[in-house]
Design a binder for this molecule. Structure first.
Ligand SMILES: [Zn+2]
Length: 386
């Protein structure tokens, strides 16, 4: 057999290559082997995916998949089966004390690729859904630059950055200081930092955004809460415009409480689209309103973002953040991951983190998942949009 798998006649959208059209995609030896208008060679598994989209395997840059290791953790396999996500980037569930459990014990339980932003706090995120509300970054005794850098270097192939959650609810009286510590860890380990805009002040939004460097990630950038990137009058704050100009990555990070349609729509009107569309899926929002990365992509389609831009924000863009050009692409020799997705035309009412709704007339529904160059499984799509 020339190939292990060929997906025939799908509508291939691969923004990194500027491709949007009907193509055949062949896989061999765990990788993409060919992308051509017609592939006639034989394969062990040939599937006609006419009428469906074929995307590079989706990358969710903000997840919590330390399943069994933290209260927030969810099963990456379940997410993949219903969304076409083939790479889950865990955003700070684990710190130096427990990242080995995430990467060496939890990750091997799933075929999904698990990468991680390591939390500056040695414990990672230990909050639950409301009983344990203490932030992991509010006590200096838990924040250790050397531990963070050493652990990142030990797990170099999987750690893609440093995570810190900053806001009154997570850093308390320490304000923005933990962010500066995380950036120092990022400098020492040569990694980007992902910062979460927490609920409440201090610190002010400017104190969270201004220190970020080119390539650092601002997650929850469409937060509808106070300390918003928008002014009360509905304009972007100067710090946000300056951050985009210097190359800070704007990441959705929907989550249970961090995404508002009103903010997202206004930002699109102002030409401020997300760089990365991620879910921040965790135990408290996996059944809605976040669900998974494909669900957030559907919301952005409903908000009017072109499909190519939506796909780019869940493939090429997060791959660049992770410095993994072999991911999020269907170019030959890329990782053999793909999402087969239907754009289902049906009336759908979407819900954001504060209960606002948005009516749309179509949504993405996963139909199949390719991992490591083989058809991993038919998708098990969610019944309804959240
Ligand atoms: Zn998160």
């Amino acid at each position: 057999m020339a190939y292990d798998l060929i997906l025939k006649n799908g509508r291939v959208v691969d923004p990194g290559q500027g491709i949007d059209g009907v193509f055949d995609v062949a896989f061999a030896n765990g990788k993409v082997a060919a992308l051509e208008s017609s592939i006639t060679a034989d394969a062990a598994d040939i599937r006609d995916v006419s009428g469906l989209y074929v995307f590079p395997g989706l990358i969710d840059l903000h997840t919590h998949v330390y399943w069994g290791g933290t209260f927030l953790g969810v099963d990456a396999s379940m997410l993949a089966a219903r969304s076409g996500m083939t790479t889950a980037v865990d955003a700070g569930s684990a710190g130096a004390a427990n990242i080995r459990g995430l990467l060496d014990q939890c990750a091997p339980m799933t075929p999904v690729r698990i990468l991680a932003f390591i939390n500056l706090a040695v414990t990672g995120i230990f909050v639950d859904e409301g009983r344990i509300v203490m932030g992991e970054a509010e006590d200096l005794r838990l924040l250790d630059i050397k531990h963070c850098v050493d652990a990142a270097n030990r797990h170099r192939s999987s750690v893609v950055g440093v995570k810190i959650r900053v806001g009154a609810s997570t850093t308390k009286h320490l304000g923005a200081m933990p962010l500066h510590m995380a950036i120092r860890a990022g400098e020492l380990a040569d990694l980007p930092v992902m910062v979460h805009i927490g609920a409440g002040m201090p610190p002010r939004i400017e104190d969270i955004v201004d220190p970020l460097r080119k390539g650092d990630v601002l997650t929850h950038f469409c937060t509808p809460k106070i300390n918003s990137p928008m002014t009360r009058e509905g304009f972007l704050r100067d710090c946000m415009i300056a951050a985009r100009e210097r190359g800070v990555v704007m990441d959705v990070g929907h989550g249970a409480g961090s995404f508002g349609f009103g903010v997202a729509r206004r930002m699109l009107e102002l030409g401020f689209a997300p760089d990365v569309i991620s879910s921040d899926v965790h135990a408290g929002c996996v059944d809605g309103p976040a669900q998974d990365v494909l669900a957030i992509m559907s919301k952005y389609v409903a908000l009017g973002l072109p499909i190519n831009d939506v796909v780019r924000a869940a493939t090429t863009a997060p791959a660049a953040v992770c410095r993994r050009p072999d991911l999020g692409s269907l170019a030959p020799q890329s990782a053999g991951d793909a999402a087969v997705v239907e754009l289902r035309h049906e009336r759908t009412v979407f819900r954001d983190s504060i209960g606002d709704t948005l009516a749309g007339d179509r949504r993405f529904v996963a139909r199949g998942v390719v991992i490591g160059g083989r058809w991993w499984r038919d998708a098990e799509p969610r019944g309804e949009a959240a």
